[in-house]
Design a protein around this ligand. Sequence first.
Ligand code: ADP
Length: 491
Amino acid sequence: MMKILLGSSEVHPYSKTGGLADMVGALARTLARAGHRVGVVTPLYQGIPGRFPELKPLDLPLDFPLGARRVRGGVLGLEVERGLTIYFIDQPGFYQRPDLYQSHGTDYPDNAERFIFLSKAIAHLALHLSWKPELLHVNDWQTGFAPLFIHHQKRLPGWGNVPHSCLTIHNLAYQGLFPAGQYAAANLPWEYFTPDGVEFYGQMNCLKTGIRYAGVLATVSPRYAREITTPEFGCGLDGLLRHRRRSLFGILNGVDYDEWNTSNGPYIKHHYSSGNLRGKAANKLELQREMGLPEDDAIPLFGSIGRLVEQKGVDVMLGALEEMLGTRLQFVLLGTGTPVFQRAYQQLARRFPSKVSVQIGFDEALSHRVEAGCDFVLMPSRFEPCGLNQLYSLRFGAIPIVRATGGLDDTVIDVRENPDKANGIKFAEYSAPALAKAIRKALVLYQAPQLLHQFRQNAMAADFSWKHTATEYLKIYRHGMEGEKSLTESC
Ligand code: ADP
């Protein structure tokens, strides 16, 4: 049995803007169900107490220096199930806001303080919880300072054993870069603010801090783990990542199949299975109706769910749709993001009202219905650390059309790779014509019902369950516990 504390700025089902939340929520549950003692530290955002009235204040007062001032807070606990406690950091000034990170597309100006405070709280609980966590697993830039706080604590007189640490990089493109002056909020010696530590070309880099000081590093797919050690995908940190290569592991995220389930999932009207796909056809008609498109099972229905940002290839998708909308197909989009992309897709829907329907917003229930109703799902990402939607699409029998990058390449099988196991369509070049060509292949597949059925069977049989992912994490936790000694000595 291991004692593991996770730290994250979002955790499903309490808060979510992306895959990070799904991963932390599911990893915590899976580890707890395997008999480990697990805690998760995360902010108490607006709306959480109302949705989870069983939250209890814990006797763990927080009172930290934050630059020149002191900031107090509290901790509320939620016993989710045996062996799993969520520790919500209650600091209303920082976290009681309508959104997690930004307002109307602009980052909150005090994000450095908000997440350094969170990192301090995580490190504090890692050191002071009565059940003495032995491994601290933090995620992304928002919690990147926690391994440094632990590292620093270890150097102070009187500290013996501190927890070992692991950092998962969910997306290297988001590093938490702030002006150097914000480092004052960490209340740490300036000796860490060097190119070998916190500093990144004169700025404070929260993710780099985690990469530098965490004992072991993970990212969310094997291909992305390789990609980020190259200048093309390394976002300026490839040198450091190459240096830490022996401690960097690619572990695919899993899927919570209790939730993403076609035979009894909560949001799907007509349940179905690989043995009986009639429900899928009925869901398609429901989705067409809901999205205001002509109801016709014979028209191939494409979908897309996700953040409308450049990373996701939304520009390429616009171009490919322009090229393809002359043919007989429909397209539904559920997403939110950069206003210019939102407007562009809304305009497309206005120009092609019987072919394109766009829902701007974040809607978990609708995301299930899109996966259940669509024949194909598009993911033309420029880069994709893991990607979850293609995994949901596979399970829901919606054939993923993906660019061969990162986790998309690791999880989808193209007919050229393995004709018997093919479950999706891949393309390599990041361009609208390349995606349009992949869409044409999908249209051909749609006209070949037996082959389409085979693709669907292969897709729905693919298994990315959390048990495997959690086992891989336990392995690297152990690796970190054995290897950290040498790292500490070299710092
Ligand atoms: P990322 O973390 O880069 O946004 P992932 O594919 O790893 O991308 O995870 C995205 C997660 O967020 C998936 O669970 C996806 O279904 C969900 N999601 C993204 N946008 C929306 C939306 N507009 N409505 C509902 N769910 C969404």
